[in-house]
Design a protein around this ligand. Structure first.
Ligand code: NAD
Length: 471
């Protein structure tokens, strides 16, 4: 197992503090290591190095867009060579099945290729030789990632910040930090200058210090609402932009004319992708009264036939939750809903592996006002509706607005989907990836701030600069 190390000013360094929290194989519970924390001295050196490099236009910050693009392509090659290793590490620590982490690991290289592509013809707009309008790097960028898809999310943010010309300061999740370290190793091997990326391991405490620092010019954060709010407050204090990708309580609407088989398959995908630890996972299953008997029964049959197993086993349909505390949280949230009158439906057999397994769970019998919060696991609350008006009301009842799914006759779906308050609404399908690589991934309400997307995240890290000769 790779040893966790920080990467500061071109050197790999021991992370000084080992915490009393175990990192485990999510599928077996076997202890593999401990959480670690950077100290203030390391944080200061990393921040000073990134800020000096930006202020003096050195290293990464001195490269032209074409030079950055060439290096990002080399980084993509280097990441592609490590894709298998990245996938294995993420399966080990997050419990996400290897078929999915393999796809997400391949996205890491693709993210760097896509970012390099944005830099073609990106030399700024000159007018009559007297006026130059540029989009240019904001400065040191702090990037804070979650544990559910650690490598894919970090690669997207990091590639975007680097393409923009920002020196990056990266803090992966304390629960699944290894794959991000491999990404930083790949950048180093690809010959990116030392200031391109500083890696700082640690918990929220390290994240708090990082985002409080006035030398940081932009913060991109993916995580929960509490962390997102804290980051937003810190960024407000520094009057700097924050890109926040937070949670969701995403509805799936099965309209009167939905095909039962298709809708049931969509529900199962939405509940089991990333083992339900997916910001776009199903939270509210909204079913037309006419499908109330048939659709839940078809879903039950499908869930009963799933193989819940070891994340590294290619035959597993779904793996465990990421860590013991997270499973305890899900158990508490489900118990609280049971206390409110919810009826718990679980039918997928659990494996005898010792990991943090939790079966896909559907809860019925609750009042809609009791099911507005995110449960970051394979748990969906079912409500039925009489007509489109009620369906839309139920879909829009939560304070979130990340993803939604609508199943039914396609024209009918379009009418309903365009009334749902969500950044992305998919019709008659649930997919891990976005509708198109060019489409943004916006977040409404408490789900976040600042659109995500290939071009959108790149532009997030840039500001406009106008230079000209005054008459
Ligand atoms: P989390 O908020 O606990 O942690 C996320 C990261 O932020 C970690 O690196 C953590 O150390 C750090 N952090 C936490 N509090 C912080 C603070 N006050 N200041 C600075 N850094 C802080 O989230 P998690 O448990 O790792 O991830 C699960 C959450 O992430 C869920 O709510 C999920 O919906 C959300 N998520 C959203 C998206 C999206 O694209 N919208 C994608 C993945 C996950």
């Amino acid at each position: 197992m790779i040893q966790l190390q920080n990467y500061i000013a071109g050197q790999w360094e021991t992370v000084p503090r080992q915490l009393d929290v175990s990192l485990c194989n999510a599928s077996t519970g076997e202890v593999i290591g401990r959480q670690v924390e950077s100290d203030a001295e390391q944080l200061e050196r990393a921040l000073a190095f990134a800020a000096e490099s930006y202020n003096a236009s050195r290293g990464w910050c001195s490269l032209s867009p074409a030079e950055r693009a060439a290096r990002l392509l080399r980084a993509a090659d280097s990441l592609e060579a490590r894709a298998e290793h990245i996938a294995e590490l993420d399966s080990l620590f997050t419990g996400v099945i290897i078929s999915l982490t393999s796809r997400l690991a391949r996205i890491c290289g693709a993210a760097f290729r896509g970012a390099a592509g944005l830099l073609q013809d990106d030399e700024g707009a000159g007018v009559n030789g007297k006026l130059l309008i540029e989009r240019t790097a904001l400065g040191p960028a702090a990037i804070i990632g979650p544990w559910n898809a650690p490598a894919g999310i970090m690669a997207h943010k990091l590639a975007s910040a680097l393409a923009a010309g920002c020196p990056a300061l990266v803090k992966p999740s304390e629960w699944a930090p290894h794959s991000v370290q491999v990404i930083v190793e790949a950048l180093q091997e690809a010959g990116l200058p030392d200031d391109a990326c500083q890696l700082l391991h640690g918990t929220a405490a390290t994240g708090v210090e990082l985002v409080a620092d006035p030398r940081v010019a932009a913060v991109s954060f993916t995580g929960g609402l509490a962390g997102g709010r804290a980051v937003a407050r810190a960024c407000a204090e520094q009057v700097r932009p924050a890109q926040l990708e937070l949670g969701g309580n995403n509805p799936l609407l099965a309209l009167e004319d939905a095909q039962v088989e298709k809708a049931a398959a969509g529900v199962v995908t939405a509940m089991t992708t990333l083992n339900g630890q997916w910001c776009r996972a199903l939270g509210r299953l909204l079913v037309h009264k006419s499908l109330e008997a048939e659709l839940p029964e078809r879903i039950r049959q499908k869930l009963a036939g799933l193989t819940l197993g070891h994340a590294m086993d290619p035959d597993s349909d779904m793996g465990p939750l990421a860590h013991r505390r997270h499973r305890q949280l899900i158990e508490r949230q489900v118990a609280a809903l049971r206390d409110k009158g919810g009826v718990i439906h679980q039918c997928t057999p659990l494996p005898a592996l010792g990991g943090w397994f939790y079966p896909p769970t559907i809860i019925t019998g609750l009042r809609p006002e009791d099911t507005v919060e995110e449960i970051f696991g394979p748990v969906a609350c079912l409500h039925s509706f009489d007509d489109d008006e009620q369906a839309v009301r139920l879909a829009n009842q939560t304070p979130y607005g990340l993803a939604a799914y609508v199943f039914g006759d396609e024209d009918h779906c379009w009418q309903v989907a365009r009334r749902v308050r969500a950044g992305v609404t998919k019709i008659n399908a649930v997919t891990l990836l976005n509708l198109s690589p060019e489409a943004p991934r916006p977040a409404w309400g408490l789900s976040g701030l600042g659109d995500e997307g290939t071009r959108e995240t790149f532009e997030f890290f840039r500001g406009t600069r106008v230079t000209g000769v005054a008459d």
